[in-house]
Structures are given as structure tokens and as C-alpha cells.
Write a protein that binds this ligand. Sequence first.
Ligand SMILES: [Zn+2]
Ligand SMILES: [Zn+2]
Length: 131
Amino acid sequence: MLKCEVCGKQADKHHIVYRSQGGVDFPLNFKYLCSEHHRGKNGPHKSRKLDVEFKIELQKKLNDLLCKDYYTIDELVCLIEINKGMLRRLLKDYKIYKEGYKKTDIIYRLMGKKIYTEDMLEEYYDFIANF
Ligand SMILES: [Zn+2]
Ligand SMILES: [Zn+2]
């Protein structure tokens, strides 16, 4: 049984970058959350703040994990445990240099073609204050 990372109850698999946002299957993109911590009011599908926090956390993990500037498909498959065919499809629109794909392109694509910044959390607070 998968356990919720917050409370330990039976959990579902949550995609930090949703599939609808271009997110794909690789272990770092998963969080295991029970129905309340997943779909409830304090879960990422209802709380925009938590959603963005999870995404910033994932983006940081990817940045730390990919410590070189370029990576080949095989290196990435090994490092982030992603399906090779899927990764090829994801990166087909990006330039391949002689050393491989650029780290920044890889992270950008894995994050669903977005760059998340801490400002996004502040924007959220402003939004709430005005609401
Ligand atoms: Zn829970
Ligand atoms: Zn989810």
C-alpha cells in the first residue's frame, strides 16, 4: 500500500507537474497523497500555493540533480529514471549539442515548459490579500 507523505493514510499518486500541464512519469514528479491531502482543500489541486511550492521544490531537485550543463538521453534515463522513448519525444523539439541536451532545456521541458520562481508564491499572497 502506498502511504500519504503527509499523514500516512492510503495514498494516490499525484503528478507534481500535472499530465494536463505536460508533466510526465518519473519518480521525482510523483507525490503520494491520501484523498484529503490530494484533492482536499489543503491539497495541491485546491491550494494554488501548495501546488506552486511542490513545483518549485521539484525544480530545485532537478537543478541539484543535473549538475552538468549538458546531458545525453542515456544519462538522463539513468539519473531521473524516465522512459527512454518518452524522453526522446519530449526533447525532440530542443537543440542537441555535441555534448547532449542543455540542462536548462531539459528542466524547462520536465516542468511542463515553465520556469517557476519564488515570486509566484508572493503573487499568490497578493491575490489572496485583494480577494
Ligand atoms: Zn494524507
Ligand atoms: Zn494529483
